[in-house]
Design a protein around this ligand. Structure first.
Ligand SMILES: *Cc1c(COP(=O)(O)O)cnc(C)c1O
Ligand code: SF4
Length: 344
């Protein structure tokens, strides 16, 4: 029987058969430090018999999370340094992050904001904080895009989202509103017609960036939720975190990208994993990531190619990290052979 509500404690995970009771004492310190939540949909996808299950690896707490690598830090991409008012991160001239909430439907074990999200995290923006954020955006005509993130903004009610969209709609220089979310995959039933309508506003273009990491997450229900968004006039892109043992091979990653494209979602970013604390067991090297990306090129449609991205620590921004194909007088073809360029 799949669980009917979100599992939030170790005991609930054990009762659902997802964690062996003998492991509970060792996991108490993990659950005390980092938030836990597994939605019914994701719990149902986990194969508890498979120690390497790629869905379990994303959501079930593990002892390894207590190991903090020497380079890992609480604010891995330096958001704090670029936060002019509470809930706003302004690192690039034409776009800002607006962090409406620090709550999520699930808590991913590799989250780069894991020190800020959860029931004991930074919470929701207060009305005063939202006023200050809107005033900041309204006063800066260079802000062309507002990226609503968190946490997961789609945990908020359609009414709250509608209010936010109405306020952004009143700012003429904001043309694009982009929501970053995992909801269509982890709680697809929450993507109602009312929610889709709440994300749209006259004169603004709405994009949704869907976070998913394994092709099994793209269930029939998830695909139907995305179809409601796209049919409702929302454009969609994907973002995926490269995770060791979850999606760090070309077959799995290619199947995920195909599932996105079949669902009218353009693959956007493949993130190299940030240096969040206690995530070393899920991190690949950049060289391994480039090997996967190289194998994807040629084997999968050009529509299925995401950009492999590193968010440079300390707030220096995101850059593509290859692989590169161009050398001095040579270029590598999709099969890995060198070709002279310009041709001889
Ligand atoms: C990731 C990020 C963005 C969005 O970057 P894109 O490359 O446009 O997807 C914007 N602002 C901040 C602070 C970010 O961290
Ligand atoms: S849904 Fe996003 S913000 Fe929330 S825990 Fe997962 S990665 Fe972090």
């Amino acid at each position: 029987m799949p669980p009917v509500k979100t599992l939030r404690t170790l005991d609930e995970l054990a009762d659902a058969g997802l964690i062996a009771p003998g492991r509970l004492p060792a996991l108490e310190a993990v659950a005390a430090r980092y938030a836990v939540a597994v939605t019914p949909g994701m719990a149902e996808l986990i194969d508890a018999e498979d120690a390497a299950d790629p869905i379990a690896a994303q959501f079930l707490p593990r002892e390894e999370e207590l190991v903090q690598g020497p380079l890992e830090r609480a604010d891995p991409i330096g958001d704090e340094a670029h936060s002019p008012v509470h809930g706003v991160v302004h690192r690039y001239p034409d776009r800002v992050l607006l962090k409406l909430t620090h709550t999520c439907a699930v808590y991913c074990r590799f989250c780069f904001r894991r020190e800020m999200v959860g029931p004991e995290g930074h919470g929701n923006m207060s009305p005063d904080q939202l006023d200050a954020a809107m005033a900041y955006i309204a006063a800066r005509p260079d802000i062309w895009e507002v990226i609503v993130t968190g946490g997961d903004p789609l945990v908020l009610s359609p009414r709250r989202l509608r209010e936010t969209m109405d306020r952004l709609a009143a700012i003429p220089h904001v043309k694009i509103v982009r929501f970053h979310t995992r909801i269509p995959v982890v709680t697809p039933e929450a993507v109602t017609d009312a929610l889709v309508a709440a994300l749209r506003a006259p004169g603004k273009t709405t994009w949704v960036a869907l976070h998913a990491n394994h092709p099994r997450e793209m269930t029939a229900a998830a695909r139907a939720a995305c179809a409601r968004l796209v049919d409702g006039g929302v454009a969609m892109v994907s973002q995926t975190v490269l995770l060791k043992g979850v999606n760090d091979d070309p077959e799995t990653l290619g199947a995920l990208m195909r599932a996105f494209v079949e669902t009218r979602i353009k693959p956007y970013y493949l993130h190299h994993m940030d240096l969040a604390p206690g995530t070393g067991h899920l991190r690949t090297s950049i060289a391994e990531g480039q090997t996967v990306m190289r194998a994807m090129r040629g084997a999968f449609s050009g529509l299925c190619q995401p950009t492999y991205i590193l968010d440079i620590p300390d707030g220096h921004g995101k850059v593509p990290i290859g692989p590169g194909y161009l050398g001095d007088g040579v270029v590598e073809d999709p099969a890995g052979r060198s070709r002279a360029y310009p041709p001889e």
